[in-house]
Design a protein around this ligand. Structure first.
Ligand SMILES: Nc1ncnc2c1ncn2[C@@H]1O[C@H](COP(=O)(O)OP(=O)(O)OP(=O)(O)O)[C@@H](O)[C@H]1O
Ligand SMILES: [Mg+2]
Length: 365
């Protein structure tokens, strides 16, 4: 799958709704061929290991166990060989070029260790085929704050969101949401957990065949046993909040991109989520609408609280709404901390990225 298709997939199309089985299935399916491929490869490797093991002496078997222990230690260190291969194996990390034998020299980690975290990502490794996207990622996202994850294109920001909502599973490490380990949850518990989430995809990801009101009412009808009267009360309030009080009966294709995003935002909020994830809420909006959307996110957060995570390339958005910023590169967090500290950082990469400077460790390649 191309990167474009992948981005489109996460960020949604008009036909893929939030919190719906369709979107989950669609996103899950995108991972399947690779996961299936990986599993096949792993099976083949296991079969090969067995066949070697059977014919070998105990000493050689012990050596091979020791070798795998060494390998794991190298994995934890994230060792990268001079040809860009990690562990001397056949995989690459985007952003880590051949000859880059110290790829984490700018990764200074958290500026402040936060304690009140709604989400904890612990040593997460995720690889698709030969490409390792996350390579031992650690990050805590504080509760009751608006956090932003920034990073160059293709570094795995959207992949990170998929791990948090349980649409992708880590190869290694853990993702803990409100104290629960997401990879450990049963399907039923995962379904329950997802009710805590609001998700806003790039274009609002509305059902093209439903009017705005029905789109916003959808999660309530799907996930709760509330009556229509109560649903109407909630939807009317949320739609008014996002400035779409007059647009109940409009179809998504009758709305501008900005209005669709606001409708998606209203829908993301109807279940009063404790955690809201926005994947590039500001892409494709003009500067004024971006500023208005930022105001709206801040207002709604001030009113409802909770852990908001926003992915964006827009530094203006970061300045306006972020309380906490994390910068992702080469599969790990370069630095994370309160906004002011990150904008003031003397870390060369963070400085370059947050000042959009052409001079620095990040080049066009
Ligand atoms: N299911 C998948 N199968 C294979 N590769 C994938 C899959 N999902 C993501 N990738 C790859 O992982 C990398 C990171 O993708 P991701 O969409 O997370 O990037 P991003 O940081 O969100 O980028 P952007 O800022 O452009 O949205 C890309 O190279 C993408 O092609
Ligand atoms: Mg993305």
């Amino acid at each position: 799958m191309s990167e474009e298709e992948e981005t489109q997939d996460l960020q949604g199309s008009e036909e893929t709704p939030i919190n719906s089985p369709e979107v989950e299935a669609a996103v899950e399916n995108t991972g399947e061929p690779e996961i299936a491929g990986e599993m096949e490869a792993a099976d083949e490797a296991a079969a090969a290991d067995n066949s070697i093991g059977e014919g070998e002496s105990a000493l050689e078997a012990e050596e091979s166990i020791n070798a795998s222990v060494t390998e794991r230690t190298d994995l934890e260190k994230g060792f990268v060989a001079s040809d860009g291969a990690v562990l001397g194996r056949d995989f690459i990390i985007p952003g880590v070029g051949p000859g880059d034998d110290d790829p984490y020299k700018w990764h200074t980690g958290p500026k402040q260790v936060t304690t009140n975290n709604a989400i904890e990502i612990v040593d997460v490794v995720k690889q698709f085929g030969r490409t390792r996207i996350l390579n031992g990622l650690n990050l805590g996202l504080p509760d009751d704050q608006i956090s932003m994850v920034l990073g160059p294109s293709g570094t795995g920001k959207s992949v990170l969101i998929k791990h948090i909502v349980g649409l992708l599973y880590p190869d290694h490490g853990d993702v803990i949401v409100k104290g629960d380990s997401v990879p450990e949850l049963s399907d039923d518990d995962l379904f329950e957990m997802r009710k805590k989430f609001g998700l806003l995809f790039q274009d609002g990801a509305l059902f093209g065949s439903m009017n705005i009101y029905d789109n916003v009412a959808f999660p309530l009808r799907q996930h709760t046993d509330k009556g229509e009267e109560e649903i109407e009360h909630i939807c009317t309030r949320r739609l008014r909040e996002v400035g779409l009080g007059e647009a109940h009966f409009k179809m998504p294709n009758e709305l501008s991109g900005g209005m669709r995003k606001r409708a998606g935002f209203a829908r993301a909020l109807v279940l009063d989520p404790e955690i809201v994830m926005f994947d590039e809420p500001d892409s494709g909006l003009d500067p004024v609408r971006t500023a208005l959307l930022c105001e709206l996110i801040k207002e709604v957060h001030a009113e409802n609280g909770g852990c908001y995570m926003v992915i964006s390339h827009d530094l203006g958005t970061a300045r306006r709404i972020a309380d906490f910023i994390a910068v992702l590169w080469k599969g790990r967090i370069v630095e994370s901390g309160p906004k002011e500290e990150l904008f003031d950082s003397d870390n060369e990469f963070v400085h370059q990225f947050l000042q959009a400077d052409v001079v620095g460790p990040l080049a066009m390649d």
